[in-house]
Ligand binder design. Structure first.
Ligand SMILES: [Zn+2]
Length: 536
């Protein structure tokens, strides 16, 4: 081959998806979805925007309901992209998390082709959304009376009478909701004590099985967010508690489904949505330390800047003392994601109230005498009423946190700024690569890697830290001659995703690698004209 030819590299542009859909709304607005309605929404969304939406059933619940994952990404960009995750509703009664997950999906699709930044996120990331991990409990909570159900629906004979779940809480007074009562075993003459200071609590109900006890054989058994393996040994073993850990780690089909899904992916950052307080919770070690104190401190500061102040009062915002925290969650999702799945920032987002609401106000004093106080909460709906105001308001307040997730997912802007070496089989080709990490908080984690035509590793380069810009070289031996048809390479890693380039033969040694044939022609013509003019 003529050795005067030189190799050239050209970046392959991300093909853009032409928007064909109008603004999408939910089929069921201003209400909590049951699992069948969630499935309907997913089908509808996928049929309207098949260019950006992939649907995968990742497993089944105890009762055989589908656990479904949506993948939102530009399907025309077939390269592996950076990945992120929003997982909702480990706990049945935390329905608001399902609603936020669905709105997140709609926001991505409705903004695509309209908002430049958001479009770029969908073009360069794979956004995974699991709207419900606990669909069985969701069905009970929305359709079947007990809107307090937290755990999954593994049957259990709590009272040993041979029957399963036959004495659950119910709406004994027929007012449309099951009340929760919290009891303080002494009087508080001056002020009403805080909710967390209650001595015990119980739910409204009747003695369904006439054994003189009530609510003693509840529906539900395992707390899915205590069923992961890390610190599981320290979990709660009492089956009657709200936090029962299960017989073994991953004993439940719901957590197994998530495990099998997560093991196929690399997430640098992910959200698990919960409800019960307002807080942003980072992973802790067994000894009360944040596992990434510097990073998490920065992130906590970021959230303070973008979330309403009501979300800054809860757990997980230790401004001055990062060590003053509760210990790790035994068997928690975040711990498994961090310790086993190499996810740097698995964040548990507790989303309960919008800013104007105060959870203390929900509990009304019904008994207050010299010996004890009883406060009643007429039901989770009574506070978090989806009809009156809350879902859309809350979503808009929290939207910056979802934008933040996409912004902080590490992606690297890669360019080949130099190319030198041989063009024939067996010769070494060297690429000078400039890399800039687009995330200001998370770096590439793993080395940036150069992959060949068959995804084989050709060379390994440096890691790139958050916000860092640097240059590195990669070399490999050509396994075939470069030709006009080109040789495709990819640069990146499993966390950042990859950029693709075509290496091919340029024209005989010209002054500039990137000049096209026409460009070189124009330059040569200009030189000829200048020489000609000078000679005149
Ligand atoms: Zn929860």
């Amino acid at each position: 081959m003529d050795s005067s030819f030189i190799p050239v590299a050209e970046k392959i542009d991300v093909p853009s998806v032409t928007r064909t859909w109008d603004t999408i709304s939910l089929l069921y607005e201003d209400q909590f979805h049951d699992p069948a309605e969630v499935d309907e929404e997913i089908d509808n969304i996928q049929s309207l925007v098949s260019e950006l939406v992939d649907v995968e059933i990742i497993g089944e619940s105890i009762e055989g309901r589908n656990i479904t994952c949506l993948r939102i990404t530009n399907e025309m960009n077939t390269v592996q992209k950076a990945k992120t995750l929003v997982l909702a509703q480990h706990h049945g009664r935390e329905q608001i998390t399902v609603e936020l997950a669905l709105r997140f999906v709609l926001w991505l699709l409705n903004g695509y082709g309209v908002d430049t930044v958001l479009t770029e996120y969908v073009d360069t990331q794979e956004v995974y959304v699991i709207p419900t991990l606990n669909p069985d409990a969701l069905d009970i909570v929305v359709n079947d009376g007990n809107h307090w159900l937290r755990k999954n629906l593994r049957p259990y004979d709590n009272d040993g009478d041979g029957l399963f779940s036959e004495d659950d809480a119910e709406d004994a007074d027929g007012d449309g909701s099951i009340s929760e009562y919290i009891v303080y075993l002494k009087s508080y003459p001056t002020e009403v004590p805080a909710i967390q200071d209650a001595d015990y609590w119980y739910y409204e109900g009747i003695d369904n099985d006439n054994d003189t006890l009530f609510n003693e054989d509840e529906i539900g058994l395992v707390d899915l967010n205590r069923n992961y393996p890390n610190f599981w040994d320290f979990g709660v073993t009492d089956v009657t508690t709200q936090e029962y850990r299960g017989t073994t780690p991953f004993s439940e089909p719901e957590t197994q489904a998530f495990r099998d899904f997560a093991q196929q992916h690399k997430f640098a950052m992910a959200y698990s949505l919960h409800s019960g307080t307002n807080a942003t919770l980072f992973v802790q070690s067994g000894s009360n330390y944040w596992v990434e104190p510097t990073l998490y401190y920065q992130m906590a500061s970021d959230y303070r800047g973008i979330l309403p102040s009501g979300f800054n009062n809860g757990l997980g915002y230790p401004v001055f003392d990062v060590l003053n925290l509760a210990s790790a969650t035994a068997g928690g999702w975040g711990e498994w994601m961090y310790y086993e799945q190499d996810c740097t920032a698995p964040i548990t987002f507790e989303i309960y109230t919008n800013e104007s609401a105060n959870v203390e106000d929900a509990y009304v004093i019904i008994v207050n005498n010299s010996t004890h106080i009883i406060r009643e909460w007429e039901g989770i709906y009574g506070y978090f009423d989806p009809v009156v105001e809350h879902i859309q308001t809350l979503w808009l307040e929290l939207l910056p946190a979802f934008e933040y997730l996409l912004e902080m997912t590490p992606r690297i802007d890669i360019d080949i700024t130099g190319i030198s070496g041989g063009i024939n089989t067996g010769e070494t080709l060297t690429l000078t690569t400039s890399m800039h990490c687009l995330s200001s908080r998370l770096g590439s984690k793993e080395s940036v890697t150069l992959l060949g035509n068959e995804s084989e590793v050709l060379d390994t380069m440096t890691t790139v830290e958050a916000s860092q810009t640097l240059t590195d070289e990669a070399s490999f031996i050509l396994s075939k001659d470069l030709s006009d048809s080109g040789y495709t390479i990819s640069i990146g890693n499993n966390y950042t995703g990859y950029a693709r380039f075509v290496l091919s033969l340029g024209s005989p040694a010209g002054p500039d690698l990137v000049l096209s044939g026409i460009g070189i022609g124009i330059v040569l013509a200009a030189i000829v004209i200048i020489v000609y003019l000078k000679r005149r």
